[in-house]
Write a protein that binds this ligand. Structure first.
Ligand SMILES: C[S@@+](CC[C@H](N)C(=O)[O-])C[C@H]1O[C@@H](n2cnc3c(N)ncnc32)[C@H](O)[C@@H]1O
Length: 342
């Protein structure tokens, strides 16, 4: 099997993809009101720079989200019927006009998606590892003027219309099944993902990329798409979503306005063969450990692996690894990955 991966340097507000051409969107936008993204937002809309300059928190917040809204409308347009959009976003705290306050990005993104016509589904709180030293900064230990620390982000989930249809017994869908115990963990509404894999090599790129750990898009792609699907990230940054799609045997297209960040993907793909094999083997090992720890052996025999599985639907699970990644012709940012089952 082969998958294709394209990173386009450009503006997601002008997303040039056909209607209903994408099976899943996984993305993390620049977070409004988080200082590291001020410059990027202001460069895209001078009114945002003016609002920041004026110290007007409400106007800045709304203008930044109005920019994101343009992208959410494209997301709704390019998603196939039944396709899912998964958006990782954190709220922001800031003192812009002398008042320290919360800017609830997740709530405003929900409004943006509702206006774009997508249906919100139950989402996930991603509880992030925190730096406990920062917790009490500025607050001391006296009531009543301390603030709670933001230790979580959101993964918001939306769907384009009703559930996605599949032909009965669809091979790609059954091969893409997840293990019973993975389902129990992944479909919890609270994740504690620490991100121990695939660190970005360059500290400079890492510091200014806002990259999420690959475990986040990899899990979402495994939950909401099937083998051979196309995953889109309109704010792809260093290409973490595209790498996760490649590792999971899905095609991808990513858009990024910062050419330097987008270029990181070209070196990150080198890790795909080892990363994909590691993830596939680890999933299988974890599953075998789960089976071994049960009092009774699970009811079914897996078709392709020497293990038992809890549900009939898991029997045809087929894990794969990337065997080669090649540039597609002369295009610097198009890659073809070859996959084989493990
Ligand atoms: C939170 S970061 C995404 C990081 C990414 N998930 C990763 O793992 O590297 C948001 C990205 O959106 C990009 N961006 C901001 N505005 C954009 C626009 N209008 N079109 C495309 N990309 C944009 C930023 O340059 C930044 O790289």
């Amino acid at each position: 099997m082969q998958t294709t991966h394209e990173i386009r340097v450009g503006d997601a507000r002008a997303l040039d993809l056909d209607d209903a051409s994408v099976d899943l969107v996984v993305t993390s936008p620049p977070y409004p009101m988080v200082e590291m993204w001020d410059e990027s937002f202001a460069a895209q809309d001078p009114a945002i720079g003016d609002a920041l300059e004026a110290g007007d928190g409400d106007r800045t917040f709304e203008a930044m989200h109005t920019l994101l809204d343009e992208v959410w409308r494209h997301v709704a347009r390019v998603l196939r019927p039944g396709g899912i959009a998964a958006v990782n976003v954190g709220d922001a705290t800031r003192r812009l006009d002398d008042t320290y306050r919360l800017y609830p990005n997740h709530a405003r993104v929900i409004d943006g998606f509702a206006d774009a016509g997508l249906t919100q589904l139950p989402g996930i709180i991603w509880r992030k590892p925190t730096n406990s030293a920062a917790k009490f900064m500025g607050s001391g230990t006296l009531p009543t003027n301390a603030y709670t620390t933001l230790e979580h982000e959101h993964v918001l989930l939306f769907r384009n219309g009703g559930t996605r249809g599949f032909p009965p017994g669809d091979d790609d869908r059954y091969a893409s099944a997840y293990f019973y115990e993975e389902r129990n963990e992944w479909f919890s509404d609270c994740w504690e993902v620490r991100g121990t894999r695939q660190r970005l090599d360059s500290a400079a790129v890492r510091d200014r990329s806002g990259a999420f750990p690959i475990e986040i898009p990899h899990r979402l792609i495994s939950m909401y798409s099937v083998r051979g699907d196309t995953v889109c990230d309109p704010f792809v940054g260093t290409g973490t979503t595209s790498l996760a799609a490649m590792v999971a045997g899905r095609s991808s297209v990513g858009i990024e306005r910062d050419a330097d960040l987008a270029a990181a993907f070209e070196t990150r793909v080198d890790a795909a063969p080892k990363l994909s094999a590691d993830i596939a083997h680890e999933r299988l090992e974890n599953h075998r450990a789960f089976v071994a720890a049960r009092d009774e052996p699970p009811a079914y025999e897996a078709d392709h692996y020497d293990t038992r599985v809890v549900t009939n639907a898991e029997r045809s699970i087929r894990l794969s690894r990337v065997t080669a990644v090649e540039r597609d012709g002369d295009e610097p940012s198009r890659f073809v990955a070859t996959h084989e089952p493990i």
